[in-house]
Design a protein around this ligand. Sequence first.
Ligand code: SF4
Length: 459
Amino acid sequence: MKSIGDNCGVFGIVKETACVQDIYRGLDFLQHRGQQFCGIATYDGKRIYLITHYGQVGNTFNPHELDTFKGNIGIGHVSLKERQPMMWQGAVGEIAVAFSGNIINNEALLKEMKDRGEAFYHGLDIEIISKLIMQEKNVVSGISMLAESIKGSYSLVVLTQDGIYASRDVYGFRPLILGEGSGTFIVSSESRAFQSLGLNRIRDVGPGEIVFITHKGFETKKQLKSPRRAHCAFEWAYTASMDSKIDGLYVQEARNNLGKSLAERDIEEGGLHADLVSPVPMSGIGHALGYHMVSGLPYQEVFLYNRYADRSYTQLTQEDRDRMAKKKLSVLEYAVKDKKIVLCDDSIVRGTQIKNKVRDLKNAGANEVHVRIACPPLMYPCDLGISTRTYGELLAREYIPEGNITTLDELKDLEIWVSEKIGADSVRYNSLEAFVEALKIPKEDLCIKCWDGNLPIAL
Ligand code: SF4
């Protein structure tokens, strides 16, 4: 795992029969969005059942425990930073709340609320969000108040005694998608779970939309004013799974386009004489396929992914995570020996992992390794809960401390420096212009703060 950290994923379902197995499976399909904590809450007409765990869904919930959940409606959560859902009693009744995102003004809100006499367990974002919702007499007014109070990103599910409320912040930073089939209605951070549950993707929840989900289906309860869209561009390049579709764009299509763009640049610059193109699994796969489509180079795996390493328990330290990353991938020597390889990945943060991959390939006999990176050089941390990286972790900042790449020549200078740092024969990134063009979403509808430093929210 890179030090880019996916933050969390939410899931909710309303069906005619017991729903806990569907939530369990749905969360398993969102596990890539957060591996530290997981939780499920269901409602059976009398009470809410809630269990959260430290660790991954498949490792922590056992069949006996799942049997204790009752009810046909429920929500679930996977996370890197806090246990959710959380359950509350208030004027709105008994509710359970889970969200994906980050509150930038959490300290100010916490102080303001404490000054008003509110008490908190730990002062977590989920507590702030829940309490803001419960200040009002109904959940729709509560979510409206929440949208006015917080600066940040959220995709939210609220389990109530009447149904599930699903809402997305007014910029639509984080994805939230609706699906249905055979009397079952579902909401999820990603659409990939729908297929496995035999459901169809219906549409994305719009920025600022509050949707109520019951046995009758989806009902938009309120549309909050959205100043602009700002979908996280990183979702398509790295965070989301390749079998998902977000805000109308298939993740695979986006990754193929980014890889194609890298190949087009190589062709424009005279062509790259290599034997094969390969991904760093898993996030480099779509990019490498796109590169292959345009360059005509054979697509060949050079790393074998150990699918059983995936089920290991959450790794606590970066050292443990690096060790786990090594355990997950082994080099296919037969494919590598005496070859000139184009190696595609989504992004470079510190550069440690791509450096290790280049070293592993060269140790296995590769003649040349040319690294191609789908994202432009990462220059800024994320304030919106999608990534945990800091300025000090960003390799490109060492070379360009002021953080601005304004010309292709500056990008080329950086690429030469990075290739020396990681021991590659060459490095190419997509420029920011090429990156946005490949996504085929208007620049003004995206958050690209990772690269240009402009946070779409007024603070
Ligand atoms: S700062 Fe980067 S990771 Fe964060 S929302 Fe914007 S594009 Fe996504």
